[in-house]
Design a binder for this molecule. Structure first.
Ligand code: UD1
Length: 430
């Protein structure tokens, strides 16, 4: 009957054991795009085995950079210097991060043809701030038949103040600035840990940055010959880490998240503690073996949460938090400040018996003692993972369709949860 994979999950006992947190999707895709800047052979380590890495590889291959898996988590990329700065619609429409080739290609080639990006289908996601920032550096843009044609003889440094700390705009401007003549200052820059990871990668390539991790980023332009390829380990994925925290929260148990970075999740960890979880750091997150330990016992307490740019609670955590609130004691209000309309998964949670009222930017979640399993469909990556977590909290069987969304951002979610003792399996199509 069903010609697509599903994740089948049932409520079981507490989770126990260790899970290794893979590298971040929202970092690795940007690092891959940044290899367009300099010729040579790159090695990326801690690369998650997710579908979006494959899509980005295809896009970069069509531009002229090859990617090969050399072993688990190890991706070798080669930029042989023959680039065709065209990002075709068939590839661009598949991931939002394809927009990240704009900055590097403009800096490197002085010309780009980029179809307008797609990706997760929530709210409208304009790129006006990307274009305005690059324009201040001397680029010109023409939009023709859905294709942005960007041109710049040689970009120059500029002082750019973003109206809003957009992740993508910050990344495109900072990568373009690497080869700009003079110094670029980005004020009100986004400061997500994945952006700091991209800056560190570029520093490893010979770029010159000040203020990494802060909201004022300073980039001193370098000459072509000063930039080279490098070897880099991708920062741990705080969203995948939060997913295993949420899974433990609704199942109970004791789990160690190896590689998770407490310092990249401070606000979320504080709120999870308010909900009743005991979370401790192991080391400072920079050595192998470091991570987080979580202990969950008894019913969660409700809290109110609002999403904000980093270091606030990320919008990508929200479906997980809403799911935790569906079985918590009390009423919680969740406010979305980044994307209107990013509550589509609420209807799916309601199918599982959740008591949620969503209206515009707000959702009011009244906790129930237990959800009840049902067939549901993942509308996007994070909501898909949240539905799997909800299935762990639901009596009976929950079958999650739309698994291809989950595969875009999760490296073996099912295998990792099963290894912790969850009652979960993947049912393959056909
Ligand atoms: C990135 C993440 C995504 C996360 C988001 C916010 C990737 C691949 N995706 O997306 O998972 O949810 O950050 O943390 O890293 N905006 C404009 N004009 C612009 C740019 C953005 O109006 O030029 C608006 C967007 O519509 C949105 C908000 O600003 O409402 C945030 O966007 P941004 O921070 O740019 O997110 P992305 O880089 O698209």
């Amino acid at each position: 009957m069903h010609d697509e994979d599903r994740i089948i999950v049932r409520h079981g006992g507490p989770l126990r054991g260790e899970v290794v947190i893979p590298g971040a999707k929202n970092a690795v895709l940007k690092l891959m795009a940044a290899t367009l800047l300099a010729d040579g052979e790159y090695v990326l380590r801690n690369v998650p085995a997710i579908a979006d890495v494959g899509i980005m590889s295809d896009l970069l291959m069509s531009i002229g950079v090859t990617s090969t898996w050399e072993g688990p988590g190890r991706l070798r990329m080669v930029n042989a210097g023959q680039l065709r700065p065209v990002a075709p619609y068939e590839l661009v429409e598949r991931i939002r991060a394809s927009i990240n080739v704009l900055g590097p290609l403009l800096g490197r080639c002085g010309h780009v043809e980029l179809s307008l990006p797609g990706g997760d289908d929530f709210g409208s996601r304009p790129i006006d701030m990307h274009l305005k920032g690059l324009e201040a550096m001397g680029a010109t843009f023409e939009l023709r038949h859905g294709v942005v044609e960007a041109t710049a003889e040689r970009l120059h440094g500029a002082e750019i103040t973003l109206e809003f700390p957009s992740v993508g705009a910050t990344e495109n401007i900072l990568t373009a600035a690497v080869f700009a003549k003079g110094t670029t200052v980005i004020d009100n820059a986004a400061r997500e840990p994945e952006i700091a990871d991209l800056c560190q990668f570029l520093v490893g390539m010979g770029a010159q940055f000040e203020g990494i991790g802060s909201s004022t980023l300073v980039i001193h332009g370098v000459e072509r010959h000063e930039l080279h390829s490098t070897d880099h380990a991708v920062v741990a994925d705080r969203i995948q880490a939060a997913t295993y925290l949420a899974a433990t929260a609704v199942s109970g148990g004791e789990v160690v998240l190896r590689g998770a970075r407490a310092d990249h999740m401070e606000m979320l960890l504080r709120r999870f503690r308010d909900m009743g979880l005991t979370i401790t750091s192991i080391g400072d997150g920079t050595n192998p073996g470091d991570g987080l330990a979580v202990w969950a016992q008894g019913r969660l307490h409700s809290i109110d949460v609002a999403t904000l740019p980093y270091p606030g609670i990320a919008t990508d955590y929200k479906p997980l938090v809403v799911t935790m609130l569906t079985v918590a004691d009390g009423v919680g209000i969740v406010t979305e400040n980044l994307y209107p309309g990013r509550f589509r998964y609420v209807e799916e949670l309601q199918r599982l018996g959740a008591d949620i009222r969503a209206d515009g930017h707000h959702a009011v979640v009244r906790g129930v003692p237990r959800l009840s399993g049902a067939p549901v469909r993942a509308p996007d990556i994070r909501a898909g993972a949240a539905l799997v977590v909800a299935g762990l909290a639901a009596e009976g069987e929950t079958s999650v369709a739309g698994v291809h969304h989950v595969d875009r951002g999760y490296d073996d979610l099912v295998g990792r949860l099963a290894a912790l003792g969850a009652d979960i399996e993947r049912a393959s199509a056909g």
